[in-house]
Design a protein around this ligand. Sequence first.
Ligand code: SF4
Ligand code: SF4
Length: 400
Amino acid sequence: MAKVYYTSARVVDFDYHMSLPAKLEELLQQIGLNSFIEAGDYVAVKMHLGSQGAFRTVRPVFIRKIVEAVRAAGGQPFITDTVRIPGLEYLDVANANGLNHLSVGAPVILADGIFGKDVVNVPAGELLGEIGVASAVYEAQAMVVVSHCKGHIGAGYGGAIKNLGMGGIGAKNKDGKPERGRMHFAQGTHLEWEQGSCDLCGKCVSTCPHQAINFDDGQLFLDRERCVKCARCARVCSSGALVAPISEEVFQRSLAESAKAVISTFKSGKILYINFVLDVQPECDCMPLADVPVVQDQGILASKDMVAVEMATLDMIGKAHYLPDSKGEENRTKEGHIFTKITGKDPYQHVRAAAGLGLGETGYELVEVKRKSGNWENPYEQQHACDRIPLKEKGHGWSR
Ligand code: SF4
Ligand code: SF4
């Protein structure tokens, strides 16, 4: 069985070492990043940078710890994601969410370039054929896949597989046609609009980050040159007038195929998966908002096996208590996993599909990481050593 390392978000003692950033340091140390990073490797730290209203992506303090660990192992880290909203605007969003070179200690770049077309075609599978992997991910020698775990309208759950399967793919192909969006729609289809159900609320227009939808005299007009098939507009259309036609099964299998294509561009053993089970909100970080978390923060899980870490994450979320005044509690009486209750989708489907493609094991051994006594200095004490000088020596006029 694959090992999945875990550290809890709970604090049981009043000490820096009990904090989650400190526990992440310990977890990274015990995994040993130099077991998959070689000196000089360019290491993609693949994450979702959030969106204007979705502020619950992984916090900079954790990303900085990962960057420091990658550097300590001899790697050259860069933080990366692919174009979701237009490239420069997406970098502004990252900055607003606190993710920039100064905060995390490494460059924050777009893996598919600022226009989202910088891709390398890679064989994917029977559903997708080939898919355009973002070039900076394709070229990197190693990768840390940092995933904020949450719900997802299409897959029930968004974690590491979705982070790679969607986020490792360019927004467009080299001809400027939607590439990642091919997974949101059945092959050869596009948005369907039913005029009779449309109440002209305008939410689709204001949600589209690419200004691809307009209304004129009650008629919807779609600019197919601008549209990247992200399906946000269909998500916000509460009347069902706007639809992205695809089956759940095809979408989930496509995600697994696409993730396989991304992984295939790395040598074996060069990827580490870190799942943050914090702020487990019901929607993807692409959406223009973030609802309150549906379960309590659980902690951080990490493994070199993508399927195992996803299984462990889903099992953990499934067993967690629902938080009051959340979508978790609102849907408590429905059947199944909490993400099934909320989204109506089976969150394990794409994980099982990934296992079927040979991307990992569904069985796992959960290894709780605890501090090994005596081998770990408190970095806070090191950074603030000057505070141990009696304060009167620094001119405060009193000492402690
Ligand atoms: S969101 Fe739906 S109902 Fe509202 S304007 Fe768009 S298509 Fe019509
Ligand atoms: S799918 Fe909808 S929201 Fe996304 S780019 Fe196309 S029109 Fe805009």
